[in-house]
Design a protein around this ligand. Structure first.
Ligand code: MEV
Length: 421
């Protein structure tokens, strides 16, 4: 049986047998335990309970030569199925490749009341060695783990503002807390030792620019993988490239295409305990700096009969630290992903985004999005109604033939099926 045809318990058993889950994680997921009081109270204030969302797996991902079962948390039906379906098409054409990635977080120390910018920039530049020492003593453990301040910039801004930018390598963490700690320590030092006259610190805080936390991934899908019963692979590939091109001309379509990419991005980011607001803020900033309103590119390669896709995204994420370490389910997600580095996780998240994009575009230029949605919903209905084994396919077919399928009807049809023997 295919993974999606198994029951939840059977899926867990197959992941356990395949070595993707430890015995401990298997038991944890099987028993669906709640978060304990101490975790709840340590994570948020005024907690009154917990808010559950479905936790699923998209299979068939091949990323930089590694096979992944990708954990996804989402409330939207079809997102996980679309990811699995798209990933299978990409995997059979060689999978995803990371082209470039960097993982540096910016922290800003903002100075106001500057009357002579050149003179202040000179004083700051002269203090650079001391600033680096202050940064190290603010977070010595970061340096021990191989991270720390990599670059310092001084930016003279209008109206008497000046920015000291610290580019920090947070290793595998997103690094929000460490960037803020370092920036505040540097700000204190500057106020005491470097600033003069009316110059004063306005604030010190990380920036969500995501400018140097970006990843670019690519894939090349054989046209043959895209064919439908009615359309050749070449025709589908051509239409996908056209629809993606239309997004470059039309922001109203681009925003929807981008939303389809974020369906995959957010689901994996949430499953791995990352901050979705940081990703949203970076992506919206990134889109203001690009020449096209759509995040992905899909182009035809006539010579090799391929549809080439690529995606560049700012992905301010980590694979350790903060909520990631506190939540048991997040730890299981990381275990499923072979405990990736932050950069590996960026590649995985971007690959899922591009996959959901491919699946959506393919559906949109062929049968339309509703056909797939209804198809999946009826498959789910058959399973929810209690169908097992061969019954699933038969009931699924019957439900596809009616216009208003729901659970009551699914149960009735299943009963009829069983009565008929
Ligand atoms: C729905 O969640 C996402 C899509 O609208 C994306 C798209 O239109 O490209 C299907």
């Amino acid at each position: 049986m295919k993974f999606y045809e198994l029951s939840r318990q059977e899926r867990l058993a197959s992941l356990r047998e395949g070595g993707q889950l430890t015995a401990e994680s298997y038991t944890y997921l099987l028993e669906k335990p709640a978060l304990n009081e101490s975790i709840l109270n340590a994570m948020v204030e005024n907690s009154i309970g917990q808010f559950n969302l479905p936790f699923g797996i998209a299979d068939h991902f091949l990323i930089d030569g590694q096979v992944y079962f990708v954990p996804m948390v989402t409330e939207e039906p079809s997102v996980i199925a679309a990811a699995s379906n798209g990933a299978k098409r990409v995997a059979s054409s060689g999978g995803f490749t990371t082209v470039a990635s960097e993982h540096l977080l910016k922290a800003q120390v903002i100075i106001h009341g500057v009357t002579n910018h050149d003179e202040l920039t000179k004083r700051l530049t002269n203090a650079e060695a001391a600033i680096k020492r202050v940064a190290i003593s603010a977070r010595p453990s970061l340096v021990r783990r191989g991270g720390g301040v990599r670059q310092i910039e001084y930016n003279q801004l209008p109206e008497g503002y000046e920015e000291l930018a610290l580019w920090i390598d947070p290793v595998d963490a997103f690094g929000a807390n460490m960037a803020n700690t370092i920036a505040e320590a540097v700000a204190k030092y500057l106020q005491v030792a470097v600033l003069q006259d009316d110059e004063r610190i306005l604030t010190a805080i990380l920036s969500n620019t995501g400018e140097k936390m970006t990843v670019t991934i690519e894939c090349a899908v054989n046209w043959s993988q895209l064919a439908t019963d009615q359309l050749s692979g070449e025709e589908v590939a051509t239409r996908i490239a056209e629809l993606n091109h239309f997004s470059t001309l039309n922001p109203d379509r681009a925003v929807t295409e981008n939303k389809g990419i974020l369906n995959g991005v957010f689901a994996v980011a949430l499953a791995t305990g990352n901050d979705l607001r940081a990703i949203s803020a970076s992506v919206s900033h990134y889109l203001q700096t690009t020449s096209t309103p759509v995040l992905s590119q899909w182009q035809l390669d006539h010579e090799q009969q391929l549809l080439r896709g690529s995606l560049t995204l700012p992905l301010p994420i980590g694979s350790v630290g903060g909520a990631i370490n506190s939540l048991p389910a997040t730890q299981i997600s990381l275990e499923l992903l072979h405990n990736p580095s932050a950069k590996d996780l960026m590649s995985i998240i971007a690959s899922v985004g591009l996959t959901n994009n491919l699946a959506a575009l393919r559906a949109l230029v062929t049968n339309g999005i509703q056909a797939g949605h209804m198809h999946l919903q009826t498959a789910n209905l058959a399973i929810q109604a209690g169908a097992t084994g061969d019954e699933i396919e038969v009931l699924h077919e019957k439900l596809n033939q009616v216009s208003q399928a729901d659970l009551t009807l699914a149960k009735k049809l299943l009963q009829q099926l069983r009565n008929e023997g």
